[in-house]
Design a protein around this ligand. Structure first.
Ligand code: ATP
Ligand code: MG
Length: 572
């Protein structure tokens, strides 16, 4: 593509509204333009990149045996009434009426439509399994659309749905697609983790999220530095307990006056004791499944946070909340801030970490008072469990490694749905014995635009985007330094043709502007290889090659250019 012919409106300055780097750079590089909040047009460069992502996704889905379909964007309410989600989905679903006053929505996802499609056709286990996908526009009226394509209201998703006769088959397919997704994000050149995730309102028991690691990510992810284990912080298990310290040699309990010192920070500062040696005591009001209410105390090392999900699971609770001040005082005899486990009459649960505290500090259950030299096992005996929010340095539950803490952008999500939709919508098949059963389903999503944005979050510098070669809008970028110089243009035109004939995608900056201006745009757009053609090297039969990712500029003989580029971008 000749730049003089291309619709590529680059911007020198970042628009003030853009907060994250990918949003800024997509606007500046002329990839996208905003139409309304969370609604964007893709310009030619944006289309080129998203087509690259789609191409990789399509290829790997096809290889995994999935078949492409296309479902409508506008979907009638009837299907959603059947599944029960017309009422449940809430305001994220954009609803509309046709001229006959019939209700529709702009589909935020397609479980209902695909289940309807399949129930109409599949009768027997012999027609299974089936995995169908599409790459298509979704609409979700997000409360806070932001970060450009990262969290849009209208966005392109690859969504796939598989249908199975047995649990084993569904789980096998789930593993297959987990592998396909791993290939996809590897081929996109991204640093990512497949993390075990909490299944959201869509339901299901198996769930993995694919997280591209980047500081601007909305999610916190821990991953083991030695094995594959990775999980959302809310979900992460922590490996075996720390070895409990010996109970010997700890002086007797001692009361100390701590007037007005309530928080961990205050007590730690006042007593000059590190936060990790404080025992934090939280009182929770627990509503059991049988609706009975109970108060429990939860102990954590002062520098750690409770993972409420773990406590809910441990207690088999329906719900729980922090106890109100009046309850705390009634139960412990002291206001919040001076509460501790010694002498408490309610069940006490402690995170494993607390077992490592010997001679720690905790509230004395008395106003303005704390206890020194506290030891678990001697002064109180809690039930120990994994209760804290995982963090850097915690032990991996699968191996001897430890966690590192990173932020991640969720680019893909896979679920085992089970029979949620097939049961509510009557999508059944006849098994080998002629018995009617509901289809077992899994679903698999990838955000196409979000993946492109995540690639930029991970690959950029002060000058602009540094595309991983497989996602780059072009393989190479020819800069003719002076278009009035005849030998320069002769070589530039010849190379432009030759490289394209060899199957490379070439952007040719043939504009009549200063070379410095062209270089700035080249850095901004981020094509992997820049070829600079100038009068003084052309006379010697060479041009300058520079890789966008940190490479030094070097002279290459004109006849070797194609081969050199192919080596860099991995084609041919
Ligand atoms: P999030 O937690 O980010 O809202 P989600 O759990 O709602 O995501 P899914 O319903 O699992 O997302 O959708 C599958 C994929 O679609 C996500 O992994 C993400 O890549 C993409 N996606 C979801 N919402 C958006 C959005 N508003 N803009 C762009 N991509 C999105
Ligand atoms: Mg969402």
């Amino acid at each position: 593509m000749r730049l003089t012919r291309m619709f590529l409106p680059t911007l020198k300055e970042s628009p003030a509204t853009a907060e994250v780097v990918s949003h800024k750079l997509m606007l500046r590089a002329g990839m996208i333009r905003k139409v309304a909040a969370g609604i964007y047009s893709l310009l030619p460069l944006g289309v080129r990149v998203t087509r690259k992502v789609e191409g990789i996704v399509r290829d790997e889905m096809n290889r995994a045996g999935a078949q492409e379909v296309v479902m409508p964007v506008v979907v009638p309410s009837e299907l959603w009434l059947e599944s029960g989600r017309w009422d449940d989905y809430g305001k994220e679903m954009l609803r509309l009426k046709d001229r006959g006053d019939r209700e529709f929505c702009m589909a935020p996802t397609h479980e209902e439509v695909i289940t309807d499609m399949v129930r109409g056709e599949v009768r027997s286990y012999k027609q299974l399994p089936l995995n169908l996908y599409q790459i298509q526009t979704k609409f979700r009226d997000e409360i806070r659309p932001r970060f450009g394509l990262m969290r849009g209201r209208e966005f392109v998703m690859k969504d796939a749905y598989s249908f199975h006769a047995t649990e084993e088959c569904a789980e096998r397919e789930y593993r297959e697609i987990l592998k396909a997704y791993t290939n996809i994000f590897k081929r996109c050149g991204l640093e990512f983790r497949a993390v075990e995730a909490e299944a959201g309102p869509i339901g299901g028991s198996f769930s993995h999220e694919f997280m591209v690691l980047a500081d601007t990510g909305e999610d916190a992810v821990v991953s083991c530095t030695s094995c594959d284990y990775a999980a959302n912080v809310e979900r992460a298990e922590i490996g075996a307990s720390e070895v409990a310290a010996a109970v010997v040699d700890i002086p007797a309990l001692e009361k100390v006056s701590t007037p007005g010192q309530k928080t961990i920070e205050e007590v730690s500062g006042f007593l000059k004791i590190e936060q990790a040696s404080l025992i934090k005591t939280l009182i929770y009001k627990v509503q059991k499944q049988d609706k009975k209410e109970e108060f429990v105390a939860v102990l954590l090392c002062g520098d750690r946070e409770l993972n409420v999900v773990k406590l809910v699971r441990l207690l088999g609770a329906g719900s729980m909340e922090l106890a109100e001040d009046v309850d705390v005082e009634r139960i412990t005899g002291a206001p919040a801030g001076f509460v501790g486990p010694v002498g408490l009459k309610i069940p006490v649960y402690a995170d494993w970490g607390v077992d490592g505290i010997r001679g720690g500090v905790t509230g004395a259950n008395e106003l303005n008072t704390h206890l020194l030299n506290v030891a678990s096992g001697r002064d109180f005996t809690p039930s120990y469990a994994d209760l804290r929010l995982a963090g850097a340095g915690d032990a991996c539950p699968r191996c001897d490694g430890v966690f590192e803490l990173r932020r991640g952008i969720e680019v893909g999500h896979i679920f085992k749905l089970g029979t949620k939709y097939s049961e509510s919508m009557g999508a059944t098949f006849l098994d080998e014995n002629g018995r009617e059963k509901p289809l077992i389903m899994c679903c698999y999503g990838i955000g196409i635009g979000r993946t492109a944005a995540a690639a930029i979050e991970q690959n950029h510098d002060d000058g602009g985007i540094i595309w991983p070669a497989p996602l780059a809008p072009f393989d190479c970028h020819i800069v003719a330094v002076n278009i009035k110089d005849e030998p320069t243009m002769k070589v530039a035109d010849a190379l432009y043709s030759e490289l394209q004939e060899k199957g490379l995608e070439v952007l040719f900056d043939d504009r009549k502007v200063r070379a410095g201006f062209k270089f700035k745009d080249a850095d901004l757009i981020g094509v992997p290889v820049r070829i600079t053609i100038s009068a003084n090297t052309v006379v010697e039969g060479s041009v300058e090659l520079k890789e966008r990712r940190g490479g030094e500029a070097r002279l290459v003989k004109i006849e070797d250019v194609a081969e050199e580029i192919q080596k860099i971008v991995g084609e041919g």
